[in-house]
Design a protein around this ligand. Structure first.
Ligand SMILES: [Zn+2]
Length: 300
């Protein structure tokens, strides 16, 4: 099951009981479905539960009985077939033959409570959300420019959401979308898809953690490379001294360090310092190794 279907099932699973909210929910679902006009009120979906919900709200909220047909390809079409019934539907949401059908009728929201329900309905019929493992993206696909602008305004104006959608035209549809994981989390939560929202947060946390670990590993590897590089330069210098003038050419403390370094190419500066008869600090070791390298240069 896709993440989108999962989200939609979760939205469908919470029952809306307040009459005002049920009205707004029905409005969201109908307005953003395949068609919503005096000539055509219909839904096309592959998800049986959505077809059932659409049919149910037409019956309970608009008091009309739609026709349901399933194609061989698995597409379910729910359609209000008579002009009289379509008029009833349009009338339920305050549209007469003179009103602009492709605009949002704000009088369908009795209160703030209804906005959440409206968004749920809209997402069920025109929304999709990507599996967070494949990237963050949630969108509403709207067939009319003005309606997409109204939806953007609705979301931007919605007090419980502090998010701003982006929009793009795709295949002559107007897509209102979000790419920000936090905005998507908030939307899912507002629409009552709590488990899906938690799932998204979990994926994000895992990704962030993995990125941090990788960053740290890269950093450590780079440091290790630097250490190995320095160590082999020091060993070359020490071997040069050994093969030309002999290690006894060095003063006592330098000679001891040179011998330890030669035998322990993997030792860090701190470990070298601790290995000396009279232990010294990391920077002390660094200073002495530099001296050894300078002496080797001079002999060349
Ligand atoms: Zn309400």
């Amino acid at each position: 099951m896709s993440f989108s279907t999962h989200v939609k099932n979760e939205i469908l699973s919470c029952e809306i009981t307040d009459e005002c909210c049920l009205h707004a929910f029905a409005y969201g679902m109908l307005l953003f479905s395949r068609a919503f006009s005096f000539f055509d009120v219909s839904l096309l979906t592959e998800q049986e539960a959505i077809a059932e919900k659409y049919e149910q709200i037409l019956k309970s909220v608009c008091k009309v009985s739609p026709e349901v047909n399933k194609s061989d390809a698995g597409k379910i079409k729910v359609e209000v077939v008579t002009a009289a019934d379509r008029e009833k539907v349009m009338d339920t949401f305050g549209y007469d033959k003179k009103s602009k059908i492709s605009r949002l009728n704000w009088s369908n929201f009795a209160g703030e409570c209804c906005k959440q329900a409206f968004l749920k309905g809209a997402f069920l019929t025109c929304g999709t959300v990507n599996d967070p493992n494949k990237g963050y993206h949630l969108e509403f696909v709207v067939p009319y420019l003005n309606l997409s602008k109204d939806l953007k305004l609705f979301i931007t104006d919605y007090d419980e959401l502090d998010i701003t959608p982006k929009s793009v035209v795709r295949n002559s549809n107007y897509v209102v979308y979000f790419k920000d994981s936090e905005a998507i989390e908030d939307l899912l939560t507002v629409m009552g898809a709590y488990n899906s929202s938690l799932e998204l947060m979990g994926v994000k946390m895992y990704k962030d953690m993995r990125n941090n670990v990788n960053r740290k590993l890269n950093f450590e590897n780079a440091n290790l490379d630097k250490t190995i590089d320095a160590s082999s330069r020091q060993i070359n210098a020490i071997e040069h001294i050994k093969n030309t003038v002999g290690l006894s050419y060095l003063s006592g403390d330098l000679e001891e360090l040179a011998r330890i370094r030669l035998e322990n190419p993997d030792m860090s500066l701190r470990e070298l310092g601790d290995a000396l008869t009279a232990p010294i600090s990391r920077s002390g070791v660094n200073h002495r190794l530099k001296k050894i390298c300078t002496i080797a240069e001079e002999i060349k």
